[in-house]
Design a protein around this ligand. Structure first.
Ligand code: IPE
Ligand code: IPE
Ligand code: MG
Length: 232
């Protein structure tokens, strides 16, 4: 693929872990474990492809009302991720940034986020992990901050009040797991993102599937409201 056609920022809604497990008669937690394994390999691959920003939707605000047993399994995976993976990312020149409302998470995870999350872009790029994230909540918090500070904002200034401050808008949003919706993910930031949906459950979404999504992206004509290159 032509270098310049590689999306700078790819965001992935990693959906389908539960159904992947169910199909194999496994507990949902096993699906989340398989999802984490896939996420690790995919994050390496994406930066090798030349993607500079990779945002991964791991847990929504709404997901926090799932049964405690499932949440405990997910929190356990986040703990091991922060303990084992962040250094590896750093060594590879990728900086880790966490977006979402950390106040909704267990205190030890909140502490790990505080310790590990960076706002500076890494040499090779940034991996943004969305945990306890909700786009509407993020937008309301930003609006309230502007009100508190007694100022009117334009698009640029408003973007700077969001948790993704400093990151470019996503060029491509991929959702695995067959559903065709955004589920409260980057609603402001994805205003002009290309959307790509696949039936593959996240643990089955291979690096080659990711390449296919990039391939499809490279064929899209991003018009931003203008007349297309071929007059379409
Ligand atoms: C996505 O998989 C991961 C999280 C939302 C935490 P799901 O757990 O939503 O899997 P399905 O949609 O039930 O298959
Ligand atoms: C979206 O998946 C959130 C994540 C992948 C983290 P959900 O499984 O929560 O989405 P809905 O409930 O099907 O919309
Ligand atoms: Mg789901």
């Amino acid at each position: 693929m032509n270098e310049e056609n590689v999306p700078r920022h790819v965001a992935v809604i990693m959906d389908g872990n539960g159904r992947w497990a169910k199909k194999r008669l496994l507990p949902r937690a096993a699906g989340h474990r398989a999802g984490l394994k896939r996420m690790l390999a995919l994050s390496e691959h994406a930066f090798d492809c030349g993607v500079r920003f990779l945002t991964l939707y791991a847990l929504s605000v709404e997901n926090l009302s799932r049964p405690q047993e499932e949440l405990d399994a997910l929190f356990g995976l986040f703990r091991s991720y922060f303990a084992e993976e962040t250094e590896r990312l750093e060594k590879r020149g990728v900086s880790l940034r966490v977006i979402g409302n950390a106040d909704l998470l267990p205190p030890d995870i909140r502490g790990m986020i505080r310790e590990k999350s960076r706002e500076e872009e890494g040499e090779r790029g940034t991996l943004a992990l969305a945990i306890g994230y909700g786009s509407r909540q993020e937008i309301v918090a930003a609006a309230n901050r502007a009100v508190r500070e007694g100022r009117e904002v334009d698009e640029e200034a408003f973007s700077r009040l969001l948790q993704t401050d400093g990151m470019p808008d996503p060029d491509l949003v991929i959702r695995t797991g067959k559903e065709v919706r955004l589920s409260n993910f980057l609603l402001w930031q994805a205003a002009y993102a290309e959307l790509y949906f696949t039936d593959k459950m996240f643990p089955d979404f291979t690096n080659a599937d990711f390449d296919r999504a990039l391939e499809a992206y490279s064929r899209r004509d991003r018009r931003y409201g203008k007349v297309g290159n071929d007059g379409r």
